[in-house]
Design a protein around this ligand. Structure first.
Ligand code: NAD
Ligand code: UFG
Length: 339
């Protein structure tokens, strides 16, 4: 059934790909984003690729009452909440910015939803809530223990959601713990466009491959992993987007949590090899010391989402990096060169 869905942070990397998936499914989309870390051009591209109309409101969710105009002008039936700050290192430097933006935005959204009788919510949480995991692959029941302010905001927001759902049984909330989203829309028209120096491996590798940066720094080859480099559960952003549709379709009273990952790990060296193969470019690197706060391995047990949401991430590493390369090679400067 087609619905009007509010997508906060819908101009961002994961949000814009999810907008495409929502439009393809026939939903109407309303985006609320202040463009702090994104481009208006991503909104246009998502509308074009999804083949539908997107209403866009440039608002800051931390501002009291900013969402009222959105709820007053559209018959919103559910929200997907991506908006927020997400850089781990920056959160250590500027914890108050992270607590303020991530927590206040969410509370403003929840209050506005409540005031308008909208009870269906899907929230972008993160595998970072598990910290250094005590079990691999990681099930939702594993202990949480984030190790940085960003991760703590995610766990606090999860707790807020659990509390509001316990207080009023009309809420239907799904907390999605993403593992490592990578890749791009296969058209090459929409992809990840980080501002400044990328924090994450795949966008950095792509910028080296395209010649925008000289060399990758590999953060350690002495981890307790098969080749000594860090292992992560990379998931194609389009599989992740489809996970949001499945979560919306399966909302139930209360607040539930799901891992969204593939269950397969890849090392930094495997990423470099695959990126070189699919791009036909070389990716020079130096191995340097470990990055503070890193862990050896992060790997999802996605079986709860597989069984309960009927969802599975099928696209493999080759597809993830091929699509990332199609985007990067056709937009070497991201959306910036289209401005
Ligand atoms: P992104 O930065 O591309 O998207 C976030 C969007 O929120 C941006 O468009 C930004 O402009 C907007 N925004 C930020 N503050 C805002 C505010 N105060 N008001 C309105 N809009 C605001 O990030 P992303 O990678 O697409 O991540 C989306 C969500 O998924 C985030 O909540 C992030 O924490 C979470 N997440 C991301 C990853 C990842 O590796 N990318 C992993 C786990 C979880
Ligand atoms: N790495 C490098 N060089 C780089 C960047 C990363 O060697 O320039 C390595 C890291 O040490 C790690 C792997 O590549 O072994 C992946 O690093 P990312 O920064 O891409 O991803 P993380 O798993 O460290 O962090 C990501 C998000 C966080 C989120 C976390 C768990 O950036 O926001 O996944 O979901 F919290």
């Amino acid at each position: 059934m087609s619905k009007t869905i509010l997508v906060t942070g819908g101009a961002g990397y994961i949000g814009s790909h999810t907008v495409v998936a929502l439009l393809e499914r026939g939903h109407r989309v309303v985006i609320a984003d202040n463009l702090a870390n994104s481009s208006r051009l991503a909104v246009d591209a998502a509308g074009r690729l999804g083949g539908g109309e997107v209403a866009f409101h440039q608002i800051d969710l931390t501002e009291d009452g900013s969402l009222a105009e959105v709820f007053d002008s559209h018959p919103v039936e559910a929200a997907i909440h991506f908006a927020g700050l997400k850089a781990v290192g920056e959160s250590v430097e500027k914890p108050l910015d992270y607590y303020r933006t991530n927590l206040i935005s969410t509370m403003n959204l929840l209050r506005e939803m409540q005031a308008h009788g909208v009870w269906d919510l899907v929230f972008s949480s993160s595998a970072t809530v598990y910290g250094d995991p005590d079990v691999l692959p990681i099930p939702e029941s594993a202990a949480t223990g984030p190790t940085n302010p960003y991760g703590r905001t995610k766990l606090m927001i999860e707790d807020i959601c659990r509390d509001v759902a316990a207080a009023d049984d009309r809420w239907r909330i799904s907390l999605l713990r993403y593992f490592n989203p990578v890749g791009a829309h296969s058209s090459g028209e929409l992809g990840e466009d980080p501002r400044g120096i990328p924090n994450n491996l795949v966008p950095y590798v792509m910028q080296v491959a395209v010649g925008r940066r000289d060399k990758l720094q590999v953060y350690g080859d002495d981890w307790d992993t098969p080749d000594g480099s860090g292992v992560r559960d990379y998931i194609h952003v389009l599989d992740l987007a489809e996970g949001h549709l499945a979560a919306l379709d399966h909302l139930e009273a209360g607040c539930d949590v799901f891992n969204l990952g593939t269950g397969t790990g890849s090392s930094v060296f495997e990423i470099i090899d695959t990126a070189e193969r699919v791009s036909g470019r070389s990716v020079p690197y130096d191995v340097i010391g470990r990055r503070s706060g890193d862990i050896a391995t992060s790997l999802a047990d996605p079986s709860k989402a597989n069984h309960e949401l009927g969802w599975r991430a099928d696209r493999n590493l080759e597809v993830m990096l091929t699509d990332a390369w199609t985007w990067q090679s056709s937009h070497p400067m991201g959306f910036g060169d289209d401005d």
